[in-house]
Design a protein around this ligand. Structure first.
Ligand code: BES
Ligand code: ZN
Ligand code: ZN
Length: 505
């Protein structure tokens, strides 16, 4: 998307759409000074006739049919003034994109009123740009070229922002740039999730990670194959990968800020990266297996974060750990009843080969706590079906040991519009993971499945302050539950984690 800033945008350009925001508090009255009075009156009457009330979801696209240079006016409800936050600009902009694409518009002009409603937070323009960018995302990786170009031709590419003074432009531009960077990271995560598992296998994910470590980015990447993982003692993850023809990969990305800015916090982000979860020998049933290319969404979001870090350069050290595996029921597959040992020597009785994510996370969390020793550690994982039952498709479950991280994640999630809800690490349930022959079992039964999954992970954090995000619900959208997402991978968590990292002091 291209952004330009103009003091004389309205009325003087041949634009496809002029966007006007209207409050629910006021009668919908149209007062566009660049248009003749009679036209303003007619538009007001038409809005009234349609019952447009200015509520947040209210929209009206009115064609001007030659009565001026503007082709359409898009009226978007802003809701009530006192309920309006700058974050509302994200879905506002996203609605504009969806409507614009619906009528094959190429450019929009934002009315001056839109800049004036921004509550002067530095992030306002960022949220606006996030909305434009996120809603414009299309996964066209598997379209024929001609079809791809055709689709591009019919989508919004130009946003013209009406401003009153040149100073406003400077303030807006910075935020818009950040919004674009956030969206690029999110788009990478979405692309990786949307790519079929036959193409997005562990080796491919490692390649994507390595490509992020370009010179001058502040990022380095080390990929270890199974032999080296064996040397580190990551037998648990290797067992999960055994049924697949794809070798497991241990991916370690490091972002370091430019030196000399004082001591910085060290953060580890772990992402579940099961490139396809067939369930292993506990094979998933037909309706459970279909979308399982998405089981690397946590890892994809961590890669998305790194893509954006290279451009944002915050003053914090970040490590990204992904153990990429494919969970398949091949002849060499690990079996129910097997006992495998994680990197820290903890032995795990495999009760169900479909609870594989936590086994790979065990190795990654143990590696982080023993070798990296971070200040804080966060993992993102499409870990349980149970979290979808409990919280649905729009909310991530959060559990953990660090009130500090959880508080900071709550703030970051509000800024990002990515919802999280905390669940308890209820101590009695730890008993459900007791094994008769090993240190721990990999499942604790169906009841409280989200909690026992987190308590399994807790065994491997070795007192490192930690929070776990079970993103199985919102990582993938079966329908567009918000204007800023599309069906498919959502890139959930990229923007929230970027906020978290940039908020750290
Ligand atoms: N990858 C799944 C969880 C999942 C389910 C993610 C649906 C996204 C959508 C995970 O590996 C899994 O299979 N979990 C099992 C655990 C059970 C065997 C204890 C589950 O939730 O059924
Ligand atoms: Zn599974
Ligand atoms: Zn899984």
């Amino acid at each position: 998307m291209n952004y330009s800033y103009k003091t004389d945008a309205i009325g003087s350009y041949n634009t496809d759409i002029l966007v006007v925001g209207l409050w629910a508090d006021d009668e919908p009255k149209v007062k566009i000074t660049a248009l003749p009075e009679a036209l303003n009156k007619d538009l007001s009457a038409e809005l009234k006739r349609r019952g447009f009330s200015g509520r947040e979801a209210d929209t009206a696209m009115l064609p001007l049919l030659g009565r001026g240079k503007i082709k359409h006016i898009f009226f978007a409800g802003l809701g009530e003034k006192k309920k309006f936050h700058d974050t509302s600009l994200r879905s506002f902009a996203a609605r504009v994109v969806k409507q614009a694409n619906g009528i094959k518009a190429k450019d929009v002009v934002l009315d001056t009123g839109i800049v004036s409603i921004m509550k002067k937070t530095p992030e306002a323009a960022q949220y606006l740009a996030e909305g434009f960018e996120l809603a414009s995302y299309h996964f066209t990786g598997f379209r024929k070229h001609t079809r791809k170009d055709e689709e591009k031709k019919k989508t919004l590419t130009e946003v013209i922002i009406s401003i009153k003074t040149a100073k406003q432009q400077k303030e807006l531009q910075q935020g818009v740039e950040v919004g674009k960077i956030y969206a690029r990271g999110t788009a990478l995560a979405r692309d990786l999730v949307n790519t079929p598992a036959m193409d997005m296998h562990p080796g491919e994910m490692a390649g994507v990670a390595q490509a992020l470590a370009v010179r001058g980015s502040g990022i380095t990447c080390k990929v270890r194959g199974q032999e080296e993982m064996q040397g580190l003692g990551m037998h648990a993850s290797i067992a999960v990968a055994a049924g697949s023809r794809h070798e497991a990969k241990f991916i370690h990305l490091t972002y370091k800020p430019k030196p000399g800015k004082g001591t910085v916090k060290k953060i580890v982000l772990v992402g579940k990266a099961v490139t396809f979860d067939a369930g292993g020998l506990n094979l998933k049933p037909e309706n459970g297996i279909t979308d399982m290319k998405i089981d690397m969404a946590g890892g994809a979001s961590v890669l998305g974060v790194f893509k954006s870090l290279a451009e944002l350069r915050p003053n914090v050290e970040v490590h990204g750990l992904l153990i990429a595996v494919e969970n398949m029921p091949g002849g060499h597959a690990y079996r129910p009843g097997d006992v495998v040992s994680a990197m820290d020597g903890t032995t795990i009785e495999v009760e169900n080969t479909d609870a594989e994510g936590r086994i790979t996370l065990a190795d990654a969390l143990a590696y982080a706590s023993q070798k990296i020793k971070p200040d804080y550690m966060i993992d993102l994982a499409t870990l349980t079906g149970a979290v979808i039952i409990a919280l649905g498709n729009e909310i991530t479950g959060m559990l953990g040991t660090s009130p500090e991280i959880k508080k900071a994640l709550n703030k970051a999630s509000k800024q990002a519009g990515e919802n999280i809800w905390e669940l308890p690490m209820y101590s009695h349930y730890r008993d459900l993971l007791k094994s008769k022959i090993a240190d721990v079992k990999n499942v604790g039964g169906r009841p409280a499945g989200i909690i026992t999954a987190a308590q399994f992970l807790e065994k491997f954090i070795h007192d490192t302050p930690w929070a776990h995000l079970d993103i199985a619900g919102p990582a993938y959208a079966e329908k567009e539950f918000k204007p800023e997402i599309q069906v498919g991978g959502t890139g959930w968590g990229v923007r929230m984690l970027l906020n978290y990292l940039r908020n750290l002091k």
